[in-house]
Ligand binder design. Structure first.
Ligand SMILES: [Zn+2]
Length: 386
C-alpha cells in the first residue's frame, strides 16, 4: 500500500465547472487513486506516507489534451519530432485523446488496414505510456467499405474511439451516418472534424453535416485551423447538445465567441480543450496551458473554470476516471504556480493576467513524473519532497 500526501496546498482546483475550487490544503493518494481531501489533520491516519509539501502553490487535476494526432510511440512524422508527448507532460498534460492516427506514413485506407492501424495504435499506447502519459489512441478513421462487423471486431480488440469523421474517404453524411450508428452501438466515442479542410485529402464540414452525423464531440468548433461561420457555431450551440471542442491550433476569434456565448447560456460544461497537434501548426507542448490562459485572460472565463474545461469536462465526455480531484479518481495531479516575475500572485491570478503558469510537479497515478517542468517558466514557489 503506497500512500502519498500532498500538503500545504494554497489553492485546490477541482476540475468540476460547477464547484471549481475546493476547501482543504491536503490531498491523500493511495495506490494510485485519490483517497481523501481535507486539512492537515488527515495526516494522522497515514503515518507512513510520502510527503509532498506544495509550498502554498495550486494543485489541479492533470490536464487532458482532447485532440492529439499521434502515430506509434513518442515520435511524429508530421513534424519529424521526437518526445512531443513527454514535452506535453512537462506542460501539465497527463492524458491525451487521439483524434486519429492520420499522420501514419502510408496510412492504409482499406477496411483491413483501418482495423489493423486502430488496433495496433490502441494496444501499443496501452502497453507503453510515453513519459507516463495516458494516451488513448487507436481512433479509427472512417473509410468507405467498413461494415458493422468491422466495428464489432475493433471494439472486441479494445478500440473505443472513432477519429475525426472527415479525415478519411467517408465525407458525406449519408456515408457517415450508418457507420457512426454502428460505432456508437459498439460503445465507441465519435469525433467529427468541423470547419474548413485541414490537410489535402480531408474535407470541409458544415454545421448541417455535423447535425446529421451526430457525433459525440464536435472537434475544433473554432477550426482546425479554419472555422465554420459564427451562425453555424450558434446552431451547434443551441440546436444540439454535442460536446464542443476548442483547440489551440484553431481560430482564436471563434474560440472567444464560443466561450463567451456558452458562458452566457451557462453551458461551459459542454466545452473541452485540445491542442490539435502534431499538425501543420506544429507541436505545442504548452498548448493546453495556452488555451486555458487564452480563455481566462481574453474571454472572461474564470481561470479555475477554464482548467475544469481541460480536465473534468473532458473526462466526463470520454468516460475517464480522472480529471477531477475527488475520492476514487486516478491521482493525476499538477502542482502549478505563478511564474517568477508575473504580476499574478498564484497560478489562477497569473492565468487571468495572461501569463502561462509554471509547472512545479506532475503526478500520474500518484507517482511523480515531473519535478520542475523543463518547458514552463520556473514557479515562484517551491515543492519539497520528504
Ligand atoms: Zn480536424
Amino acid at each position: 500500500m503506497s500512500v502519498v500526501a500532498i500538503t500545504n496546498i494554497g489553492t485546490l482546483v477541482s476540475g468540476d465547472v460547477d464547484n471549481p475550487v475546493l476547501k482543504g490544503d491536503t490531498v491523500i493518494c493511495q495506490d494510485g487513486k485519490i483517497r481523501a481531501i481535507g486539512g492537515r489533520e488527515l495526516l494522522a491516519q497515514y503515518p507512513e506516507c510520502k510527503m509532498i509539501d506544495a509550498g502554498g502553490m495550486t494543485v489541479t487535476p492533470g490536464l487532458i489534451d482532447s485532440h492529439t494526432h499521434p502515430v506509434i510511440g513518442d515520435y511524429t512524422p508530421r513534424q519529424k519530432m521526437s518526445d512531443f508527448i513527454d514535452s506535453s507532460l512537462h506542460g501539465g498534460v497527463t492524458t491525451m485523446i487521439s483524434a486519429g492516427e492520420c499522420h501514419t506514413p502510408g496510412r492504409p485506407t482499406d477496411p483491413a488496414g483501418v482495423k489493423a492501424l486502430a488496433i495496433l495504435a490502441s494496444k501499443s499506447f496501452n502497453a507503453l505510456r510515453p513519459g507516463g502519459v495516458k494516451v488513448h489512441a487507436g481512433a479509427a478513421i472512417l473509410e468507405k467499405g467498413l461494415t458493422e462487423a468491422d466495428f464489432a471486431e475493433m471494439a472486441a480488440a479494445g478500440v473505443w474511439l472513432v477519429g475525426e469523421v472527415g479525415l478519411g474517404s467517408v465525407k458525406k453524411s449519408e456515408d457517415a451516418v450508418p457507420m457512426v450508428k454502428w460505432a456508437k452501438k459498439h460503445g465507441m466515442k465519435v469525433m467529427m472534424h468541423t470547419g474548413g479542410t485541414s490537410i489535402p485529402g480531408s474535407s470541409t464540414v458544415t454545421a448541417d453535416d455535423v447535425m446529421r452525423v451526430a457525433p459525440d464531440v464536435v472537434s475544433h468548433i473554432n477550426g482546425g485551423p479554419t472555422a465554420v461561420s459564427l451562425a453555424e457555431v450558434d446552431r451547434l450551440i443551441t440546436e444540439s447538445d454535442f460536446i464542443l471542442e476548442i483547440v489551440q491550433c484553431g481560430n482564436p476569434k471563434v474560440a472567444d465567441y464560443t466561450a463567451r456565448k456558452m458562458a452566457g447560456l451557462g453551458l461551459l460544461k459542454r466545452i473541452i480543450l485540445g491542442n490539435d497537434a502534431p499538425s501543420g501548426t506544429g507541436v505545442i507542448p504548452l498548448g493546453i496551458l495556452r488555451t486555458i490562459t487564452q480563455l481566462a485572460s481574453m474571454s472572461g472565463v474564470p481561470a479555475e473554470v477554464a482548467i475544469a474545461m481541460a480536465t473534468g469536462n473532458t473526462a466526463a465526455a470520454y468516460g475517464l476516471n480522472t480529471g477531477v480531484i475527488a475520492p476514487g479518481k486516478e491521482a493525476d495531479l499538477v502542482i502549478m504556480d505563478a511564474p517568477m516575475g508575473s504580476v499574478g500572485s498564484d497560478a489562477l491570478t497569473a492565468i487571468a493576467a495572461g501569463d502561462l503558469p509554471g509547472v512545479a510537479l506532475v503526478l500520474i497515478d500518484g507517482v511523480v513524473k515531473v519535478n520542475k517542468s523543463r518547458n514552463t517558466p520556473p514557479t515562484a514557489g517551491k515543492v519539497t519532497i520528504a
